[in-house]
Design a protein around this ligand. Structure first.
Ligand code: SF4
Length: 251
């Protein structure tokens, strides 16, 4: 496990310990015959017990999947649901420890990508959607590419040019979205079986949560001029993600 993945898993482990302590205290109070608000205490005790149980299962299965790099018991869906549910708690704890929330989200994306990598399913090129954020387009470009990416003249001033070459090379779909609702609309229209999404940590984590039924590999963008303007991304990582879904390079 790389250090980046360990951050999210570590924060979830801290969350588990806190939940465990709260649960133990609650059950101690309940069983020691404390009368006031007994029902509320019992409800809280049950709630924290369930949370602790789910988190423990999620943590054990995630760690086993990351270590073995196999989809253990085909339960990636359960693991992903648990991880997504506890992401806000991990971000909250990260802030408490002075860790930037994008760092926590980046770690979540790494863990999520690794879980997707443990799946075997091969996807046809035409069923892969490469989702690109509009901010990757050069800010001075006069061509509108959100409706039709092929409006790009491939002048080479931004990564859109290279992305369209990838589209031609692989035969995949490319969608350029200026926000979450446009991305959701593209997914609804194109009905992909797998998505490679380029975005910032915040948009990637919310996008992964939005399309929980589909495998999504996230590539975090690079922001040399700050957020949302003239962004770019590692083309090799994009290529690796597409190759993974197409199972190119697998023996
Ligand atoms: S590569 Fe395409 S989108 Fe980028 S600046 Fe040139 S024409 Fe515009």
């Amino acid at each position: 496990m790389k250090a980046k993945k360990r951050l999210f898993i570590g924060l979830l482990s801290v969350a588990f310990c806190i939940i465990l302590i709260i649960t133990a205290v609650l059950w101690y109070i309940i069983t020691s015959g404390y009368r006031l608000s007994e029902n509320i205490l019992s409800i809280l005790g049950i709630l924290f017990s369930i949370m602790g149980f789910l988190l423990a299962i999620g943590l054990i299965l995630t760690s086993l999947t990351l270590i073995t790099q196999r989809n253990i018991g085909a339960c990636n869906g359960i693991i992903n649901s648990v991880l997504r549910a506890f992401l806000p708690l991990a971000v909250f704890l990260g802030r408490f420890f002075g860790i930037d929330k994008d760092k926590v989200r980046g770690s979540f994306i790494e863990v999520h990508n690794q879980l997707i990598h443990s799946e075997e399913k091969k996807v046809k090129p035409e069923k892969i959607l490469l989702l690109v954020p509009h901010c990757i387009q050069w800010s001075g470009c006069p061509y509108k590419i959100t409706i039709k990416p092929d409006n790009c003249r491939r002048c080479g001033k931004c990564l859109i040019c290279e992305i369209l070459f990838l589209k031609d090379e692989y035969g995949i779909n490319v969608g350029v979205a200026s926000g979450g609702s446009q991305a959701r609309r593209l997914v609804k229209e194109l009905k992909p079986d797998a998505i490679v999404a380029i975005a910032c940590e915040r948009d990637l984590t919310s996008g992964i949560q939005d399309v929980s039924s589909l495998p999504v590999l996230g590539v975090v963008n690079e922001r040399p001029e700050g957020p949302c303007i003239n962004t770019t991304a590692d083309l090799e990582k994009i290529r690796e993600a597409i190759d993974f879904f197409l199972k190119i390079g697998d023996s």
